[in-house]
Ligand binder design. Structure first.
Ligand SMILES: Nc1nc2c(c(=O)[nH]1)N[C@H]1C(S)=C(S)[C@@H](COP(=O)(O)O)O[C@H]1N2
Ligand SMILES: [Mo]
Length: 522
């Protein structure tokens, strides 16, 4: 914008522009101060985390589904970016208002701070003390706003070059404060991130299992470029949860409480849990939000105490049919009692692929249950098991339109080729196709593959490890004709049930339908 003459009108216009900037900068100061201080408080004491968390809790059912279908596991990033945009717009408006009415503007900024404090208080793992970061952030930001507004509104004496220079310096000052706030907030965030990393590598010695899981045979893995690893490395395991900041759970103060319809309430600490006889189990977890062909599933070897053992000790009373497991952040899951007491070895898990649970996957303790989607069973950062009845208690997602029971549906997908990928025939004119399928608790008996409108062909199955783990399949397509094609896959489970072709969206109890991938042979 070139302004050959500085007359009053453009100066005033630019003053209101700078007022908006002042609003944004004061808003940044609020966040930066609160972020820095929140390092000493709960991970959800940071205002953005608390506000976002509250938002996640109240968004209408289906929105989560939509966001996950659009952005997958980047859902949290998308939420944070949207919040930043909304917050910048709000604080810019406040600043604008402040150009003519600074006090109401200051009151509005204080109001935003108070709103954030209220939302901080609604977070389950927060105590009243956790409002301190936002409180101090607000207390610093409000006078900052007034100060910045006064600087901006300083009468622009166009004829006085000295005053113009002072003014330019003030505007530079505003920019500097804004920059400092951004740097401070970013530093606080990166400290949080590096702490999470440090926590992930904070080792304690995992107990030796009483029974180890049979080793995974090498031919469970189909040797084909582009196939996912049969055992998902912890760092690649999908992550889905409502926690915008990974809860910080201290194993030295952690406790598990088992109560409700039991003969005697049980409370145990982490050392007591580690002293329990543990078993190891290969198990594929799957998310109810996984679309047909999606990758919200992962396979790991878990170490833990059978839930059954602890429920037997507490003594389940007649009439109970559900266990409501609770996370430190307030998330709950309703698991049918029998899934925790029958022979399937549902676990209170402390280990994942030979390591303590990573922070993102529930450190230090979570549940894993074969055959059920994660939202009704796989509670991370576990703190409580309430033995109850479906008639009496409702879990987090069930109050948001998802089914209260979530048995995993048969799923099969094509991993090779990728959608719109290209395959080159080998010397004999053949191409290799491959994929993954699961039907926990029933196992996969057969995989069939159809190319274009051809006949169904039976695929080769990699070694089945247990009925609770996924299997990999491959198909050698001889005489692959160059050109565009599609491949469709369907599975039959161990009970003889053929995967339905009926398309269903993830809500309310899991997607169904056959996965088709378009590709070309070149
Ligand atoms: N505390 C807590 N546990 C949770 C959730 C959550 O939002 N909060 N999400 C559940 C869902 S929907 C799934 S699919 C699994 C995912 O586990 P993962 O992130 O370790 O893959 O965790 C479950 N456990
Ligand atoms: Mo999920």
């Amino acid at each position: 914008m070139s302004s050959p003459s500085h007359r009053l009108a453009p100066a005033r216009r630019s003053a209101s522009g700078w007022s908006a900037v002042s609003g944004v900068v004061a808003g940044l100061v609020l966040v930066a101060v609160a972020e820095l201080l929140s390092l000493a408080f709960s991970s959800s004491s940071a205002p953005f985390v608390a506000v976002g968390g509250a938002f996640v809790d109240i968004v209408p059912p289906g929105v989560k589904d939509l966001v996950i279908s659009l952005f997958g596991t980047r859902d949290k990033l998308v939420l944070f970016l949207s919040m930043i945009v909304v917050y910048a717009a709000l604080t810019a408006l406040i600043g604008r208002l402040g150009a003519t009415r600074p006090r109401p503007a200051a009151a509005l900024l204080a109001g935003l701070g108070v709103l954030a404090m209220v939302l901080v208080l609604t977070r389950a793992q927060n105590t009243a003390l956790d409002v301190v970061p936002t409180l101090i952030g607000t207390v610093v930001a409000v006078p900052t706003l007034l100060l910045l507004l006064r600087t901006v509104r300083a009468p622009a004496a166009v004829d006085d070059p000295g005053a113009a220079w002072t003014r330019r310096r003030s505007l530079l000052g505003i920019g500097a404060v804004g920059l400092l706030a951004v740097v401070a907030a970013a530093t606080a965030r990166s400290i949080t991130a590096s702490r999470e990393l440090a926590r992930r590598t904070a080792q304690y010695v995992l107990p030796t299992p009483r029974s180890t899981a049979a080793p995974i045979p090498p031919d469970a893995q189909v040797q084909l470029e582009g196939m996912p690893p049969f055992v998902t490395p912890n760092g690649e395991f999908y992550r889905i949860d409502t926690a915008l900041a990974v809860p910080r759970v201290d194993p030295t103060t952690w406790q598990l409480r088992i109560h409700g319809l039991v003969d005697q309430e049980l409370t145990m600490d982490f050392a007591q849990l580690l002293a329990e006889p543990m078993i190891e189990k290969h198990l594929t977890l799957a998310c109810v939000s996984n679309p047909v062909g999606g990758d919200l599933a992962g396979n790991a070897t878990w170490l833990g105490v059978p839930v059954r053992t602890l429920l037997e000790r507490a003594g389940v009373k007649d009439g109970a049919d559900m266990v409501l497991s609770r996370s430190i952040d307030g998330f709950t899951a309703s698991t049918p009692l029998e899934a925790l007491t029958d022979a399937r070895d549902s676990l209170i898990a402390v280990g994942m692929n030979g390591e303590p649970l990573p922070a993102q996957h529930g450190y230090p303790v979570r549940m894993v249950v074969p055959g059920l989607y994660g939202y009704v069973s796989a509670t991370k950062w576990l703190t409580e098991l309430k033995v109850t009845r479906f008639a009496d208690d409702v879990a987090y997602w069930s109050t948001r339109g998802w089914s209260e029971r979530g048995p995993i549906k048969i799923a099969s997908r094509v991993d090779v080729p990728r959608s719109f990928g290209e395959l080159s025939p080998d010397g004999e004119g053949a191409v290799m196709l491959g994929g993954t399928a699961w039907a926990q608790q029933r196992g996969i008996a057969k995989i069939e593959v159809r190319i274009d409108d051809g006949d169904w062909r039976e695929a080769d199955l990699g070694a089945e490890v247990t009925e609770d783990t996924w299997v990999q399949w491959s198909l050698r397509w001889e005489d692959a004709a160059p050109g565009d094609h599609s491949v469709t896959v369907r599975a039959t489970d161990g009970e003889g049930e053929l995967q339905t072709s009926q398309r269903a969206n993830p809500a309310p109890n899991g997607a169904s339908g056959w996965h088709t991938v378009r590709f070309s042979v070149v």
